[in-house]
Design a protein around this ligand. Structure first.
Ligand code: AP5
Ligand code: MG
Length: 216
């Protein structure tokens, strides 16, 4: 099974992806995580991507598509992939359609996390992430056992550089302007399953699990 998970910043894509990949054995590929890793290693791609990410803007399509094409052709995607945060524009969606055809791995389901914008700020400002294993926490909704330390690998947690209310506004605008058309593209194919992401973590997971069990 090959799945996309879409939704505005803070809607819970990363949180649900951890659960989906563990339960359904899909390879979790987050373009945001890939860009952050490239920024950390100061590669050419990372330095270029940083200019956009720091402002909350989308990284240009050509860079993003080339990165995903390369990643999806690797061996660990052969039992199914879960794309988190890609595609985010109509050209990316069209390119993915081609890539999926080339590698013989068509998309089976698009999970759309639906969330009112006025509650996103609390999720984003309270988020803490592990820079090493990428586990996601929230100071109120999903705290680590020891404050500021990752449960999985004991690394000090960080607050992401783009997690300010100012950048969140830009990320929401980018989503509405650029990602909405990609979502509509999949809607026309009948692949989209809307998920109410404004519930508790367990509630959202329950709904996603039943949708994916019916797709499998
Ligand atoms: P990316 O890393 O993908 O960021 P994003 O889409 O803005 O989404 P987030 O990771 O911020 O949120 P999420 O939905 O994963 O929520 P999470 O599970 O962490 O992209 C970053 C940047 O990279 C982009 O802005 C862009 O510049 C660039 N980029 C990436 N992909 C690109 C592409 N395809 N094209 C061009 N540019 C691209 O949850 C948030 C918090 O809420 C956490 O603290 C969590 O614990 C908590 N939480 C989650 N679910 C619940 C719940 N149900 N109840 C209570 N709390 C919850
Ligand atoms: Mg994420």
């Amino acid at each position: 099974m090959n799945v996309l998970i879409m939704g505005v910043a803070g809607s819970g894509k990363g949180t649900m992806s951890e659960k989906i990949s563990e339960n359904f054995g899909l390879k979790h590929i987050s373009t945001g995580d890939m860009f952050r890793a490239a920024i950390k290693s100061q590669t050419e791609l990372g330095l270029e991507a940083k200019k956009y990410i720091d402002k909350g803007l989308l990284v240009p399509d050509d860079l993003t598509i080339a990165m995903v094409k390369d990643r999806l052709s690797q061996d660990d995607c052969k039992n199914g992939y879960l794309l988190d945060g890609f595609p985010r524009t109509l050209p990316q969606a069209e390119a993915l359609q081609e890539i999926a055809k080339e590698i013989g791995k068509p998309i089976n389901c698009v999970l759309n996390l639906v969330m009112p914008f006025d509650t996103l700020a609390e999720r984003i400002t309270g988020r803490r992430t592990c820079p090493k294993c990428r586990a996601i926490y929230h100071i109120k909704f999903s705290p680590s056992k020891v404050d500021g330390i990752c449960d999985e690998c004991q690394t000090p947690l960080i607050h992401r550089a783009d997690d300010s209310v100012e950048q969140l506004k830009v990320r929401i605008q980018e989503h509405e302007k650029n990602t909405r058309p990609a979502l509509e593209y999949y809607g026309r194919m009948g692949l989209v399953k809307d998920i109410n992401a404004a519930q508790s973590i367990d509630g959202v997971w329950h709904d996603i699990k039943s949708v994916l069990e019916s797709v499998e």
